[in-house]
Design a protein around this ligand. Sequence first.
Ligand code: ZN
Length: 390
Amino acid sequence: MRPLFRILLMLILPFMSGAQERCMTNGASAGRETIRNGSGSGEMSGEIVIPVVVHVIWRTSVENISDDQIRSQIDALNADFSLRNADFSKVPAVFAGKAAEAGIRFVLATADPQGRPTNGIIRKNTTAQLWINDDRIKKTSAGGSDPWDSRQYLNIWVGNLSSTLIGFSTFPGAPADKDGIVIRYNAFGTRGTLSPPFDRGRTLTHETGHWLGLQHLWGDSPCGDDGVEDTPRQRTGNRGIPQFPRLNTGCENGPNGDMFMNFMDFSDDRSLLMFTKGQADRMRAQFQTGGPRHTLLQSRGAAEPWNLNADIVPGLTKTSQVYPNPATQNIRIRTSGPLPKDYEIIDASGRMVTGGKLNGTDPLIDIGQLKPGTYHLRLGNTVIRWIKGG
Ligand SMILES: [Zn+2]
């Protein structure tokens, strides 16, 4: 075959095969030598909490996944990172003994980088039809969404990735404007718009492993090494639902074979079940003093919002008002634009206290049950501050 033609085929074939690529995160630049697990000072102890912001970049309504779908993903991620995943019992005993909880918890941000109330979800309508594993989805100027300060937040972008790709991530040490994880909208969460077999939230668990410094089990080379002692070598990534023991000739990993149920393999969601102790240590080591994820420990992104003075949070029409203000029984909305379908009322600590559907053009919201105090009414991306009187 002529060289040029061969190169063209190599470029085209992956897209023609129809096979879904579990992950296009390439471990070659991970720099695993820079992390020394448990070395000396700064040993991590206690639970690590990471504020998360999810950027939903949508063109069609099906891509605009619900808040509930997003919450189902955060719940699944936390279950996987704390060994509370209900399907852990399927791990063969020889490997279950190596499993460990990472002691890392992920929460949707409650305060944005300016300290204003947020639910940790950004929604952006785009004209872009498809995203690939470049960084355009991370740029507002390219139809995506700029990250929040990645030293303070884990940025996750959800969008319509090309059909062969369901997720990719940066490794620790990536440039701040590219740092984060990208997941296809129908491989995100456990409820909502999902495409089996990527319907248990494990794409994000896997990519978060990369984001915290983990490599694929085979180190992206045949029988390669992932730099973690308690994961056996294996020839390459597994697909589908492997059966135990999964033996590969040549890697001398018998009699137990591949740890195909490790989150850093490529098996289907229902087969990915655990991290090892070595992997958990490696992820936590990123947060040591001087480590690439250390700044997240000082983030206020999961704290109570401290900037409640801004009457209107950006994105929004300055003409939107809540009236009467203060109010005691009901509020109405005055706005120049069309009203969204839903509303949320957020208290001064950033928690959503009530919400629902807006009916008609001049809806009345009953706030009689709320305690007196300062609240925010969220309408889509608009947040309006108002006061419940006594
Ligand atoms: Zn991967």
